[in-house]
Design a protein around this ligand. Structure first.
Ligand code: ADP
Ligand code: VHF
Length: 370
């Protein structure tokens, strides 16, 4: 028995499109009802349950006579608009059989990444739980543009789990566990436990399954598991049809252990829930100072700047050689001011421009390694 699972009081459960809809497009009523029965039983035992449900686009395909998942955003949004209502209708009726009321919560990236907004999202979710209702979350697909979309609900679910301080995140898909390689490839084995990133080193994670309606495949699920476990929340990944035994603590699927040290909430949001407004390119000395020695970033180690950001905005610190992001931080200068300071030492800048220019570009307390 997994105590992390059986002892969890507040549980966020994410279910993917492929587990809720039929191959032909449209809602798979039996599978939805089976999931509702498992979650309904959990909630009536006094556990707090938040459901993050995908499937709006997939559920909207058949009613709109669309044969496959559309590629263009406008048609996806039209399908989501039709499908979301159908999903909620089914959930409302299903949970009512358990005497439970559901509340629809549609979120955009900003709602969970901008401080002023995520407090608001938290308040709504908290209030629904306090009132005994079961929140059902999805991305607000009908208004999100490509630039501001999550696109996958796995990351959304991890951020919602962090937002409500869940004790457990359960990711339900059409595959019963994480495998060492694509489950259809010969020799792929189930990974039953992941203790840390080191356990993921030899695993090849791939794209969505055969259903054709999922979006992120295993990549986004593993990423979501890393976000949640990094925040101290254990994660169970399994198939929707195994939700019952998995939530009873059976050793099925894959359990990702929570990290022991939980970052401060501020740094967690900085790493996972902010969108960088620009990039600072670091020379090798600055990369070593920031990454290995955990120092603040000074103007002398920056070779170039891009993006349009204001002082206080999140920016990515990238290795100028490889272009890979190494850290994210809150920048102390704006994008217009910064280029003139690059490559110069702080005493030199202070002498030329005044004591205000002795400050770091990113202070180490406002920095998180990626
Ligand atoms: N290493 C792996 N372990 C398990 N599944 C994998 C792996 N690599 C790729 N996959 C695929 O990821 C699919 C699940 O992702 P996806 O279709 O996006 O589901 P969902 O709609 O539930 O989010 C599985 O059906 C599987 O074929
Ligand atoms: N918000 C979209 C879900 C996108 C998504 O993450 O899908 P999935 O990979 O099935 O979890 C929808 O409801 O169709």
């Amino acid at each position: 028995m997994r105590e992390q699972v059986t002892g969890a009081r507040r549980v966020v459960v994410k279910v993917g499109s492929s587990s809720l809809t039929t191959a032909a497009g449209g809602i798979d009523e039996q599978r939805m009802d089976a999931l509702v029965d498992v979650l309904g039983a959990l909630a009536t035992q006094g556990r707090e349950v938040v459901l993050v449900s995908s499937g709006a686009i997939a559920a909207g395909l058949a009613p709109l006579k669309l044969r496959r998942r559309p590629r263009d955003l406008a048609t996806q949004q039209a399908a989501a608009s039709v499908g979301q209502g159908l999903l909620m209708g089914r959930y409302t009726a299903g949970f009512a059989r358990h005497g439970l009321t559901v509340g629809q919560v549609l979120l955009t990236v900003d709602d969970v990444t901008r401080r002023a907004h995520y407090r608001n999202a938290y308040r709504t979710l908290r209030k629904l739980l306090d009132l005994g209702a079961l929140p059902i979350v999805n991305e607000n697909d009908t208004v999100a543009t490509d630039e501001i979309r999550f696109g996958d609900n796995d990351r959304l679910a991890a951020l919602v789990a962090a937002l409500v301080h869940a004790d457990l995140l359960v990711l339900l898909s059409d595959v019963d566990a994480l495998y060492t390689g694509s489950p259809s490839s010969p020799g792929a084995r189930r990974v039953s436990v992941v203790h840390s990133d080191a356990d993921l080193a030899d695993i090849s994670v791939g794209t969505p399954g055969a259903s054709g309606v999922g979006t992120g495949g295993m990549v986004t699920k593993v990423e979501a598991a890393r976000i949640a476990t990094g925040f101290g929340i254990p994660v169970v990944l399994t198939a929707a049809g195994l939700a019952g035994p998995a939530l009873d603590g059976a050793e099925i699927g894959t359990l990702f252990h929570a990290a022991e040290r939980r970052p401060t909430a501020r740094l967690f949001w900085l790493a996972h829930a902010t969108s960088p407004r620009g990039r600072l390119h670091l020379d090798p000395g600055a990369v070593a100072a920031v990454v290995a020695r955990r120092k603040s970033l000074l103007p002398a180690g920056i070779t170039a700047v891009d993006g349009s950001f204001a002082a206080g905005d999140p920016v990515d610190l990238v290795d100028a050689g490889s272009g890979a992001p190494v850290a994210r931080g809150l920048v102390n200068y704006d994008a217009v001011e910064l280029p003139a300071l690059l490559g110069r030492s702080t005493p030199e800048l202070a002498a030329a421009l005044g004591p205000g220019y002795e400050r770091e570009v990113v202070h180490r307390d406002d920095l998180v390694l990626l």
